[in-house]
Design a protein around this ligand. Sequence first.
Ligand code: ZN
Length: 299
Amino acid sequence: MSERLYGCVEAGGTKFVVGIAAAPDDIRETIQFETRTPRETIGATLQWLKDAQVRHGPLAAIGIASFGPLELDRQAANWGHITATTKKGWSDTDFGAQIGRELGLPVGFDTDVNGAAIAESRWGAGRGKTVCVYVTIGTGIGGGAIIDGKPLYGLSHPEMGHIRLPRHPKDMDFPGICSFHGDCLEGLASGPAIKARWGVSLSDLPFDHPAHDIISWYLAQMVVTLQSIMEPGCIILGGGVTGTSGLLSRIRAKAGELGGGYFRGRADEVIVSPGLGDRAGLLGGLALAQDIVKAVDTP
Ligand code: ZN
């Protein structure tokens, strides 16, 4: 079998990263675009992928790991669309289906979080685990669960950022910023929720500021909730907020306490950093492209 090449798209709310890859350690070329209007950004992506095939040869498929929410049901008339998003101008955007039509190629399409979760479970920190959860804590909070190599879907992708939690005793007054739930996890512990309370990001607050305790306590509760539901072999914590120095060890210690020694997975072993670093998004696109080829090959 000749080597297959894939087009990979990491579609974020502020930037798009597009690339050509044969394997995770064989990325041939990448480019970044600022996320502007759908017409400009998807247009630039399409053009680059067309031109790239002249330089590199034909592609087998495209994988798109996108900001959401997304329509992922392949039977739905609007499969491949970004649906009702808070990103201005992008609601009801035909994205995955349009790329497939214009390039005449199969398209794997999923959330950026699920894409990164699949990539981490296949090639990164989740390798070899039957159940692996990836959570990103940044502008929002989102999580994907990979079970036996496949992302968990219910009616749609999970919305782990919106779990409800007891309030930290020193954080009772803040109403939370989630426009749907107020003080859900995302409303309390995302980057914007931290800025709304303390004016700066967590990493800009002194090490002994109470915010570190409060935020790590909420994230530890999330960990214990995930352990209660599925005892994952690993919980990978990524995203801008988790770059805060010392945060991961605080979460490990608190999750250990809150779990009371009950779970098989020890918090200090289960909670890990991403193994793929900032390549997880683009490699998510690669994993989705590989999977769609496999699905087409095996009817
Ligand atoms: Zn919410």
